[in-house]
Design a binder for this molecule. Structure first.
Ligand code: BV8
Ligand code: ZN
Length: 241
């Protein structure tokens, strides 16, 4: 059920921001991080998605990412991704800030995307940072070396690594200057992304969470739409027709 306040904000806002997390890709079949089918079930995030783990055992970390890529290359965006791509066209200022590394927002047609945690479809050299975009197939079993001799790693932000400064700066400035902010499919645990809904709220935006469950930040926000984003987002888009 969409409140009058939200319907009003959807129709009259000029500047809208959506922050997405793993939940937005759940209906496409990408396991979330902390759910019961969560990726982290076998390993804790800190165990694998960090630089030390990669240096200690590059082959194990490489294989984990190749496994995740094999899942991602099999799947399609879901109605939630497409609704966000559509929403972008309806506002003169719409920013999509994603914590996800699966690249599904690009596939669904979103263009104004801020990738806070990198993109699993890209690799880079751990030493000279040279980007390897399409050169290495997800079926490549063994971790590869760069021409500089460095190890090639996924181009994602690991725990303990700083987020890309430009992306982070753009994300906070979008959150602090919007009228309507959606926090969609994220448990709001991972920092500093989890600060963004608060930044929007403090700057006076109407902040709405879309998630089948309540999260650590639900009670601080203006509204919580309980349900899957793949169902709720198309309904919000209908309000704009
Ligand atoms: C940094 C790329 C500092 C890699 C990712 C305490 C201890 C240890 C560390 C910390 C700590 N406190 C803070 C930290 C720092 C740490 C952190 O936040 N840790 C957490 C665990 C507490 N943060 C960092 O390390 C960050 N860097 O802080 O640097 C620094 C400063 C200076 C100098 C040096 C360093 C880097 C964080 C980025 C980590 N990389 N991804 C990879 O993917 O392999 S994060 C990774 O986890 C994902 O990208 C994603 O962002 C995150 C998972 O979060 P969610 O997206 O929210 O997913 P989750 O499964 O948790 O939730 C899914 C939600 O969807 C649920 O709520 C569910 O109900 C909902 N849902 C399910 N189905 C649906 C749905 N919603 C809608 N529709 C559905 N159908
Ligand atoms: Zn290199």
């Amino acid at each position: 059920m969409i409140s009058e306040k939200l319907a009003d904000a959807l129709r009259n806002s000029k500047r809208v921001v959506a922050l997405t997390g793993a939940g937005v890709s759940a209906e496409s079949g990408v396991p979330t991080f902390r759910g019961d089918s969560g990726l982290w079930k076998k390993f804790r995030p800190e165990e694998l998605a960090n630089f030390d783990a990669f240096i200690r055992n590059p082959q194990l970390v490489w294989e984990w990412y190749q496994y995740r890529r094999s899942l991602i290359y099999e799947i399609e965006p879901n109605p939630g991704h497409y609704a966000l791509a559509n929403m972008e066209k309806r506002y003169n200022e719409f920013h999509l800030i994603t914590q996800n590394v699966d690249g599904l927002h690009h596939v669904a047609g979103s263009t104004n995307i801020i990738e806070l945690h990198g993109n699993i479809r890209r690799n880079k050299c751990a030493s000279c940072e040279k980007i390897y975009d399409k050169e290495i197939s997800f079926q490549q079993k063994d971790v590869q070396k760069c021409e500089c001799g460095g190890l090639i790693r996924p181009d994602v932000v690991w725990f303990g690594e700083v987020l890309p400064a430009d992306a982070l700066q753009r994300a906070f400035s979008a959150a602090e200057n919007c009228e309507l902010f959606f926090s969609i499919g994220t448990s709001a645990i991972v920092q500093p992304a989890a600060q963004l809904p608060f930044a929007a709220k403090e700057a006076g935006a109407y902040v709405v969470e879309i998630n089948p469950e309540k999260t650590a930040i639900t009670s601080y926000l203006d509204e919580h739409l309980e349900g899957p984003s793949g169902e709720i987002l198309p309904k919000l888009l209908k309000i704009l027709d």
